[in-house]
Design a protein around this ligand. Sequence first.
Ligand code: ADP
Ligand code: MG
Length: 257
Amino acid sequence: MAVDQSPVPRLSANNIQKSFGNLHVLKGITLDALEGDVVSILGASGSGKSTFLRCLNFLERADAGQITINTQTIDLDAKPTKAMDAEIRSLRAHTGFVFQSFNLWTHLTVLENVMQGPLHVLGKSKAEAREEAEAVLQRVGMFERKDYYPAQISGGQQQRVAIARALAMDPDVLLFDEPTSALDPELVGEVLKVMRSLAEEGRTMLVVTHEMSFAQDVSSKVVFLHQGEVDVIGSPGIVFKEGASEHFDKFLVNTRH
Ligand code: ADP
Ligand code: MG
């Protein structure tokens, strides 16, 4: 019998719906990220990109659909229960989230920022948390700044620390919400470089971005959202081909100006 060698789905979203009051923001989004996939999520402002990403990390509770990470599924169509809350907490620990605005603790040093999750969420010892934090800070090129406070380093450096903080939790999936949008143009490159290296290392990543070269060159899959729906999805070669989607062609023209 042939052995199934197909890659493992790390994260699957099925028919995710979300409304805020009367505003129907996500109208049934379905997508898979296989192990090692880098999925770029593109779309105009207000198309639901952040809401979708936040639903995947349960920062926002979707109204309907299913979210599977590894083999664990949360069925959002089912009535919420205490058991579901516990499952959600355990699933959240498998995803790392990187925000546009870094969200570092300003009163803690770089090293302390990275140690918090392992110490307080994973229950590691101080020595272990420190050792691992130092290793991930090396990974993003921020070890030399470990005793600085966030206000003493640049935005690009802060974002690299935020990436280290996410990595310290040893997540199965990394979620990035416009990680370079708050940066001065000259600082974008250092963050993209770290993200490229994580992609090359085979990390599973979903990245909301306006960096078209990242989407085109680094991702294995591109999703374009239009008004809360998947308008077009596929490899960069397919999605970026002129004529794949009228809405996407228009979006590209607008982002170039
Ligand atoms: P994007 O990230 O693609 O710019 P968002 O997901 O942030 O889009 O927002 C999609 C829509 O949902 C927008 O119209 C936004 O105003 C609305 N929205 C997002 N979060 C909330 C919220 N917490 N309460 C009410 N409306 C929201
Ligand atoms: Mg957004």
